[in-house]
Design a protein around this ligand. Sequence first.
Ligand code: ZN
Length: 133
Amino acid sequence: MNTSKIDHIGIAVKNIDEAAKLYTDLGLKIEGSEVVESQKVKVAFIPVGQSRIELLESTAPDGNVAQFIEKKGEGIHHIAVKVDDVAKALEELAAKGYALIDKVPREGAGGHRIAFVHPKSTRGVLLELCEGH
Ligand code: ZN
């Protein structure tokens, strides 16, 4: 598997506009935001060097991010690594016995192919594979 960098770190927040203040105070800039219907989230990306911070705000009370915040509070939700080919990476990880949330890639923010690996096989870290920016 060819993994080139941390593409982004996903952070669950109650409100993107309120959360953005910290990052603008840090001298960073929000690059754009979009709603990803399939995941019931609004996302905003903040470039930091070669990587980005992805702020995630739920658009529905039953969404994954809303449930995450209810259980654990706001905070780091997932880490995304950039791979050349998400489908191939999934095959490799499945063959090695990792539990996958997505057996096949799905479409994430920006129309990129992404997939999640289950935290139960990554020592508690929700891991996203993405073909990234
Ligand atoms: Zn992500």
